[in-house]
Design a protein around this ligand. Structure first.
Ligand code: FES
Ligand SMILES: [Fe+2]
Length: 373
């Protein structure tokens, strides 16, 4: 933080090195991404027994895999023999088991060691003990959340409470039936920016009038610079003549049945630390997951979720996808424009937050608290 005294309108940001120093990023991986719940995959991607995806979680690579009993399990993607990466692919379909390419140690879909050359001659090897290392896992909103900590924090207070707090009531998010929705579209963005810049951008709307003409037209109050995230329980109202949250305000779909009148024609945004953003509108949900890859690189996977009937009917989703895809590109371009400045001497002691951004200071305090352990 800057030591210069600031006028009351301004609050200091974090110093630039917190966004640019690989050493800080390594600490964040250890103290944030490897300790907290991390939304790794959509459960429906794991279509049946043997279907898997692999994901970067902190410094680890994790396999998420559906077993023959239909259960999803998560394992570290590391062979117990000499440490080779087991599944090099990002997704795929296994037959009956996973076999390591190096010396052919073979694991069942439940992670147990089932075979290895000469294994029968080594009667003292316990096949559970030398099975794959399990990772804690929960399913919520149709996503598989994993936690690398030995003792994960309580899911209710660490994850679910963020949605309850933002929406101003316990279980309010249940109205959108997110777990039952189908993925109508997924777009993956490779953003050359630190993950915190993306979170901070998502938390404020001071930039909306400058870079989001389409979004500001849809949600007129955004022109004032105050984000839906600045007030508990508040959703930004659609402009009067818009029928739906789409690029031109037309071409919406049936309202999700659980969404009541009070939440109709409004946009809600939730940040679930450390890597999820959820956007709720009456007929779809836009669900972002960040995968921090390096201090200056973050992969963002964004799903557009609709009622299954809407997706199955082949309805035109392009108008709703286009609106938030544009918003994403506008945001990520701004984050990428900011990243080089983080290493500049101009930003050695950071920048400043204006009143409509002051709530971001709480995020900064949270990050600092985590880094101090
Ligand atoms: S490292 Fe996997 S079998 Fe040897
Ligand atoms: Fe934005």
């Amino acid at each position: 933080m800057t030591s210069v005294s600031l006028p009351p309108s301004l609050v200091a940001t974090l110093p630039g090195n917190i966004y640019a120093d690989p050493g800080v990023f390594a600490q964040e991986q250890e103290l944030i991404f490897e300790r907290m719940w991390f939304a790794a995959a959509r459960a429906s991607e794991l279509t049946g027994p043997g279907a898997f995806v692999t994901k970067q979680v902190g410094r680890e690579n994790v396999i998420l895999l559906r077993g023959r009993d239909q259960q999803v399990r998560a394992f570290l993607n590391v062979c117990r023999h000499r440490g080779a990466r087991l599944c090099p692919a990002e997704e795929g379909q296994l037959r009956r088991n996973i076999q390591c390419m190096y010396h052919a140690w073979t694991y069942g879909l439940d992670g147990k060691l089932v075979a290895a050359p000469n294994l029968t001659k080594m009667q003292d090897i316990d096949r559970d003990e030398y099975g794959l290392i399990k990772v804690h896992l929960k399913e919520w909103l149709g996503y598989i959340w994993v936690c690398l900590a030995d003792e994960p924090p309580p899911f209710e207070t660490d994850v679910i409470a963020s949605a309850d707090e933002r929406l101003g009531g316990e279980g309010v998010i249940g109205g959108w039936q997110v777990d039952e929705l189908a993925v109508g579209k997924r777009i993956t963005y490779d953003v050359k920016a630190n993950w915190k810049l993306i979170i901070e951008n998502f938390m404020e709307c001071y930039h909306c009038a400058t870079i989001h003409p389409e979004l500001t037209e849809m949600l007129p109050e955004f022109a004032g610079g105050y984000a839906a995230q600045a007030f508990v329980g508040h959703g930004a109202e659609f402009r009067d003549d818009a029928q739906a949250f789409t690029i031109d305000g037309a071409g919406g779909h049936e309202r999700i049945p659980g969404v009541d009148e009070d939440h109709d024609r409004r946009y809600y945004a939730i940040t679930v630390r450390p890597q999820v953003f959820i956007n709720l509108v009456p007929d779809h949900v836009i669900f972002h997951r960040m995968y921090p890859m390096a201090v200056d690189r973050t992969v963002v996977e964004c799903d557009w979720l609709y009622l299954p009937g809407v997706v199955e009917s082949g309805a035109d989703l392009s108008r709703s996808v286009e609106l938030f895809d544009r918003v994403n590109r506008q945001d990520f371009e701004a984050c990428e424009a900011t990243q080089p400045g983080m290493s500049s001497r101009a930003y050695r002691s950071g920048g400043v937050l204006v009143p409509s951004e002051h709530h971001i200071a709480e995020f900064h305090e949270w990050v600092q608290g985590r880094l101090l352990g």
